[in-house]
Design a protein around this ligand. Structure first.
Ligand code: PLP
Length: 426
């Protein structure tokens, strides 16, 4: 998303001015660039021969996005029975579904075991015992991987770090004796096929991930030597995006994907098994934007508030972990003065702030603002709190604008041709 002729223009390989859409849809909406998502999935796939991507659908479960990744040959990483059923419904076969999560219920495990999914990522000894009991009852032999907690500091926000000893996720090596005993008494009820780790999200510095892989590989080899059919090593997700920075073409995400590939090639040199990963944010984060309309401006002695028709109910990240999203006017007016604003939503909570103390060109009622890099953990965390409707979702691919059902809405962009001589060609 970049400015062209002063118009905020959505997309990467093809651009269109968001104002053309916003002016006709005054309700808040998300828009996603499916070509950008494909490009990232392809770039990731190319970093390591045989790398198996399992898209972490919690980042964004829009059907069109799931089908896009499916058509790129990725599998899927799920964290609930709901996500497993959703993945099946859009066409992912059980053999391409991974089930992660620290609190899997009996019903969810029954579903996963009954389906014979690719792998259940086990997070505690009690979970392993539950899986064994259910496997026996169902007469199935599920494939399991142990989620290791490698005790590294991912140097990200405390709410999204997961591989440190204080976190609830995964199992430190002190769990290994107990896990070995449980496996020994399980006979052939389950298969231990691999290890998995996920040290946190929004990683910018990849060194802790390399550290985690190096710490975990010896555990893999020792379990293999003990006779387990170990074959998968799942490095999780966690690649970050640049929320603070303006977009560039080619996108910076591709540079981080390259760096990640080099890390995997280095850290897993000589590893003969299957390498899996579970990326979410890097594939979708910077390919999505939320657009809201300015309802009111409100000046107090302390603050200038811009009150939008979208807020924490559509994009929770700023309220949940003080996340930064760039806020951009759809039309630039260089002649206007710059003012400092708090950009807030309509929800009855003081934490309903999308951006605090932002320097923006003077804003007027009825204009639109874009919240950038909202493709990951945006719509998937949206709620009906205060009973506002959920935002609409639009999709942009190969110069076609469409809705969630695939209906072609490109005619809406005809007005774009009248906007400041915008050129729709690439
Ligand atoms: C187990 C697991 N895998 C993958 C992911 C995806 O992480 P990201 O979106 O940071 O790539 C998460 C996110 O929380 C996770 O918990």
């Amino acid at each position: 998303m970049i400015y062209r002729n002063g118009l905020l223009s959505f997309g990467e390989d093809h651009l269109f001015p968001l104002q053309a859409l916003a002016a006709q849809k005054s309700d808040p909406f998300y828009i996603y660039d499916l070509s950008g998502m494909r490009q990232r999935a392809r770039a990731l796939k190319a970093t390591l021969p045989g790398l198996e991507i399992h898209y972490a659908m919690k980042a964004n479960g829009a059907n069109r996005i799931l089908r896009t990744f499916r058509s790129e040959g990725t599998g899927i990483d799920t964290v609930s029975g709901g996500e497993i059923r959703h993945a099946l419904a859009v066409g992912f076969p059980p053999g391409e579904i991974i089930f992660s999560g620290v609190g899997k219920t009996r019903t969810e495990l029954e579903l996963a075991i009954g389906l014979g999914i690719k792998q259940i990522n086990v997070e505690s000894p009690q979970e392993l015992q539950r899986i064994i009991a259910l496997a026996r009852a169902l007469g199935k032999k599920p494939r399991c991987a142990f989620r290791v907690n490698p005790d590294v500091d991912a140097k990200t926000h405390p709410y999204i770090t997961t591989g440190f000893r204080e976190n609830k996720f995964g199992m430190g090596d002190h769990f290994l004796p107990e896990l070995r005993l449980i496996l020994a008494s399980a006979g052939d009820a389950v298969e231990l096929v691999g290890l998995t780790l996920h040290i946190g999200s929004q990683l910018q510095d990849l060194a802790p991930l390399e550290d985690a892989i190096r710490k975990t590989l010896p555990i893999f080899y020792s379990l293999q030597e003990e006779g387990h059919p170990m074959r998968t090593f799942d490095v999780g997700g966690g690649l970050g995006i640049r929320y603070q920075e303006e977009h560039t073409l080619p996108p910076r995400d591709l540079a981080l994907i390259e760096e990640y590939g080099a890390l995997l090639r280095r850290a897993l040199k000589g590893f003969a098994g299957q390498v899996l990963c579970e990326p979410g944010r890097i594939l979708v984060g910077s390919c999505g934007t939320l657009v809201g309309e300015v309802q009111y401006l409100k000046e107090t002695p302390d603050r200038n508030f811009v009150i939008l028709n979208t807020g924490m109910h559509h994009l929770l990240r700023p309220a949940l972990y003080q996340a930064h999203h760039r806020i951009l006017p759809l039309v630039l007016h260089p002649d206007r003065q710059i003012k400092r604003y708090d950009v807030v939503g309509p929800i009855c909570e003081s934490s309903d702030v999308l951006g605090k103390e932002r320097e923006l060109q003077e804003i007027f009622q009825g204009e639109f603002l874009a919240i950038a890099d909202a493709g990951a953990y945006g719509y998937s965390m949206a709620t009906l709190y205060n009973e506002h409707p959920l935002p609409k979702e639009f999709f942009w691919e190969e110069q076609v604008l469409s809705d969630e059902n695939g209906a072609d809405l490109s005619a809406l962009l005809d007005s774009a041709r009248k906007l400041r001589d915008f050129d729709l060609s690439p």
